[in-house]
Design a binder for this molecule. Structure first.
Ligand code: DC
Length: 229
């Protein structure tokens, strides 16, 4: 059967990763969470103190990039892939509020985007991948055979994010999370390099009122349609 590239872009906490991960598992594709790569780099910068004084020490980050190794490895206990940074599992650390607060400004830096986009293109060159992010259908794989743009209202997304955080024992108020969601939307969609936008040939999915099961069925239908045409 022919292998394709499936690009899933959209706003933060829109449920992209869950859809993408499940589809990949069902059809035997590799799932790549590009947001986790920007988050891992942000964690690295935080740990190195590169956000001192409220700004990013760009020169130091640029110089460090070649030595920063980001990979995904299967976690046999959860059945999901975890994100590793320089040989250490950082899956939990990259999902916290401190990383969330810094990841958008870091992801807006052109040299960071160029570096991570090149890594993502390398990961997907054999096809057979489901990749989720913000610029997959527009910049990373503009030739992807199937492109989906996922969105939902900011309030719905903030509630989902809050539920996720509470399930992990983290605390935050709804207002705090909503503010972070809106702030990230704004930075992500107005940056010069690789802004978040729907590719002209992407299918739009507004899942504000859809259950995860309904989304799964919809996505599988799109995949089957694409490989059969
Ligand atoms: O999908 P996420 O919330 O884990 O993404 C974290 C941040 O990384 C988000 O603020 C936008 C950025 N990002 C990006 O700029 N480009 C991507 N391809 C993926 C994520």
């Amino acid at each position: 059967m022919k292998k394709i590239v499936i690009a899933i872009d959209g706003h933060s906490s829109g449920g992209k990763s869950t859809m993408a991960r499940e589809l990949a598992r069902e059809i035997g594709y590799t799932y790549i969470d590009t947001g986790a790569m920007y988050r891992a780099l942000t964690l690295y910068a935080l740990r190195q103190g590169l956000f001192a004084g409220g700004r990013i020490e760009e020169d130091k980050l640029r110089a460090a990039l070649p030595g920063i190794h980001i990979s995904f490895r299967m976690n046999e206990q959860t059945g999901r892939t975890d994100t590793w940074l320089n040989g250490v599992n950082v899956e939990k650390e990259i999902r916290g509020m401190d990383v969330a607060a810094w990841v958008s400004p870091l992801a807006a830096l052109p040299f960071v985007r160029r570096d991570l986009v090149a890594r993502q293109q390398e990961m997907g060159k054999e096809k057979g991948i489901v990749m989720d992010g913000r610029d997959i259908g527009t910049v990373v794989f503009p030739e992807a055979e199937l492109k989906i743009f996922v969105t939902a209202s900011p309030e719905v997304r903030a509630q989902r994010r809050l539920d996720e955080m509470r399930a992990k024992g983290e605390t935050a108020s709804f207002e705090e999370v909503l503010e972070n969601v809106k702030k990230r939307d704004l930075i992500d969609s107005t940056r010069r390099e690789g802004p978040l936008r729907q590719a002209g040939d992407a299918l739009l999915l507004d899942n504000s009122a859809m259950s995860p099961a309904e989304q799964k069925v919809w996505l599988m239908e799109q995949y089957l349609k694409t490989i059969n045409t």
